[in-house]
Design a protein around this ligand. Structure first.
Ligand code: SF4
Length: 681
């Protein structure tokens, strides 16, 4: 097209939690290109391959364009009126017969803050239940629970921009360059300036090659590793005593617990050299500034919450929280998973982590919303599927999530969705989950909506509509407001800015947020009032749960399922650069499919040789829960006895094999470790 036909609309990338600022280049209602916004805090002119090229899905022919109703097992097109009438008849009948707790809702880490706010308000105010959750349960529920206990806020303590200025990075359980590419670029920038890097990972990820020290630990051994490092730091007297004395509680208990974790003991559990452990501890403790970056390699375990607490213990021990270029930095996966948590799409929390268990909070929201509210703790996403099978839940409402591919033990999820009496799915594509719904409602993509996303560094940024909704699609919040009205609850919102005003009025950490205020570079929460500048670094003076942070020592509990004769391998999963989550969006982008179009299993050359498996051969990988046929990628980046699969693909689905064993505190499933086997076909 001619350059003068093109308009540029600034918005926020719909993929990962970095929240890059980008321009959509629009020719009418077509996106013809994407470019990065220069000079912003989150990405300063940079984008990764997904953000730059991954936009074909917006105009894909596969977009849902009309409501669909299932009749005798087959979907037929319907009008909005017909679909909504059916939904409301059914929902009102179930509510009358079985009460509000017969409903459960999954909100979406891909939808805006405003949509998430309305979703949880629908579940709580219009239906009357706290059974609302979203896929953070599968990625960072243990971060939210763990850091809230030790520090008071379950979020990244520092900013993305500062990452480039650290003297040392300790990266544990994060394949940063592939999953958060722009943060990975900041790490590389720091390394070029002479920063040191320690990587602790079961696989030799790309950054491991650049590391000063690479600890190739066995999957599921983060806690002993961290305890071992703290053991050395205390023994060698490298802790920050003044910080520990003035800003923390519980040091004596920590000291007692980590006493047992000598380098020799830890080396044996983790499968590493004890000298490397000592070296890592000394490097971390003596660096002037040290930033810990972690992701699902820490969180997705049956001891995930304790793993997160152990990360925070180590940072506190060295006085590395509340300071520039330091911190504990959980990297959130989806573009708005931070926001979906912040907005109260959680069974125990209203917006801003105000607790359902607190009677004053209930009173506050009853007054704000003008209804009486349930103070009963809701079910988590992982518990909802059980409750369906037990006939406690009769209606499941899902907005923009695909548990059929993302959740562990998919056969069980499928069984549960099929058993559920009434399932409504609101999405942009006919996902594997939508296939099992009774009614499917077509929603709009990020390019067609206004609102805000909150990135992994707590920065609330604008999403701006670049085109009108395609086909007969409608905005998610508009659909929800109609459903709420049909359930007898009226809202007066006419646009997303008005929803943000209500959010600010009931959520202290978002108290000063408004569309005007976040225009330029967004604002990081907490932002308490309209004159507040936002908070780049958390806990500079005190901790949000009280004056002091708390050490919460953890002891090593092996993963629930261990290799045995029948399933002799440790099986682990993760993400790759070219795809995003369950590929509902990236799977519609030809270029990305060409770069990586199908599932595979990584295995060590010795294991492959022992089993007579050749590079590229199709092999059968199985666990107690299922089996898949995928291509063998034989590589020495993975240790003997360990298998890895990316979790993105429906065909060759890693989650048919994973274990749904739950962390007792956060109820996050153990997606990172189970026992499996592999054989020639
Ligand atoms: Fe989008 Fe994340 Fe890539 Fe930035 S780093 S362009 S937010 S996917």
């Amino acid at each position: 097209g001619r350059a003068w036909d093109i308009t540029k609309v600034r918005t926020t990338c719909p993929y990962c939690g970095v929240g890059c600022q980008m321009y959509l280049h629009m020719k009418g209602d077509d996106i013809v290109g994407i470019s990065a916004v220069e000079g912003t805090k989150a990405n300063d002119g940079r984008l990764c391959v997904k953000g730059r090229y991954g936009y074909d899905f917006v105009r894909s022919n596969d977009r849902l364009k009309t409501p669909l109703i299932k009749e005798n097992g087959v979907f037929r097109e319907a009008s909005w009126e017909e679909a909504l009438t059916l939904i409301l008849d059914k929902m009102n009948a179930i509510k009358k017969e079985s009460g509000p707790d017969a409903f459960a809702g999954l909100s979406s880490a891909r939808c805006t803050n405003e949509e998430n706010y309305i979703f949880q308000k629908m579940m709580r105010a219009a239906i009357g239940t706290n059974n609302v959750d979203h896929c953070a349960r599968l990625c960072h529920a243990s971060t939210v629970a763990g850091l809230a206990t030790t520090l008071g806020s379950g979020a990244m303590t520092n900013t993305i921009d500062e990452v480039k200025d650290s003297d040392l990075y300790f990266i544990i359980g994060s394949n940063t360059t592939e999953t958060h590419p722009v943060i990975g670029m900041n790490v590389r920038q720091g390394l070029n300036k002479g920063a040191k890097l320690i990587v602790a990972e079961p696989r030799e990820i790309p950054l491991a090659k650049q590391a000063d020290l690479f600890l190739q630990i066995k999957p599921g051994t983060n806690i002993p590793l961290l305890n071992g490092m703290m053991h050395v730091i205390i023994k060698e007297d490298l802790l920050d005593k003044e910080y520990v004395n003035s800003r923390t509680e519980g040091f004596e208990e920590l000291k007692e617990v980590v006493k047992e974790y000598t380098p020799e003991v830890v080396a044996r559990i983790c499968g590493i050299d004890s000298n490397d452990l000592v070296k890592a501890a000394k490097m971390y403790a003596t660096a002037p500034t040290a930033s810990i970056l972690y992701a699902m390699g820490v969180t997705q375990h049956s001891s995930g919450t304790e793993g997160v607490m152990s990360v925070s213990n180590m940072a506190l021990l060295c006085g590395n929280i509340g300071k520039y270029a330091c911190g504990v930095n959980p990297l959130r996966g989806q573009n708005n998973v931070q926001g979906a948590c912040d907005m109260g799409a959680l069974p125990t929390d209203f917006p801003g982590y105000q607790k359902v268990a607190n009677p004053d909070v209930i009173k506050k929201f009853e007054k704000a919303w003008g209804v009486s509210l349930s103070d009963k703790k809701g079910l988590t996403a992982t518990e909802m599927f059980e409750a369906i099978l037990e006939k406690e839940i009769r209606c499941l409402y899902i907005m923009g999530e695909n548990p059929m591919v993302s959740d562990p033990d998919s056969n069980h999820v499928e069984h549960s969705l099929k058993e559920c009496e009434f399932v409504v799915v609101q999405d942009i594509f006919m996902t594997e989950t939508a296939q099992l719904a009774d009614v499917v409602l077509p929603a709009t993509s990020f390019a067609e909506k206004n609102g805000t996303f909150t990135n992994t560094e707590r920065r609330v940024q604008l999403v701006n509509a670049a085109m009108k909704p395609i086909g007969d699609t409608r905005l998610d919040y508009e659909i929800l407001i109609d459903v709420m009205k049909g359930l007898g609850y009226e809202n007066s919102f006419t646009n997303s800015a008005e929803i943000l005003e209500e959010i600010a009025s009931v959520t202290p950490s978002y108290g000063g947020m408004s569309i005007d205020k976040i225009q330029e570079d967004g604002i990081q929460w907490p932002c308490l009032d309209k004159d507040h500048p936002g908070t780049p670094i958390l806990h500079t003076e005190k901790f949000s749960r009280g004056e002091k942070a708390i050490f919460k020592p953890a002891t090593y509990r092996p993963a629930e399922e261990q290799p045995d004769e029948e399933y002799p391998f440790i099986f682990t999963t993760g993400r790759i650069l070219y795809h995003y989550h369950t590929r509902t969006m990236t799977g519609k982008v030809d270029g990305l499919n060409k770069l990586s179009g199908h599932s595979y299993v990584e295995m060590n050359p010795e294991d492959a040789a022992n089993l007579g498996i050749a590079q590229g051969e199709i092999v059968e990988v199985s666990s107690r829960r299922g089996k898949v046929n995928v291509e063998a990628h034989v590589t020495d980046t993975i240790e003997k006895g360990v298998l890895f699969m990316p979790f993105h693909f429906e065909d060759g689905k890693a989650n048919l094999l994973t274990n749904a064993a739950l962390d007792p505190i956060a109820k996050i499933p153990e997606l990172k470790v189970c026992a499996a086997t592999v054989k020639k076909n």
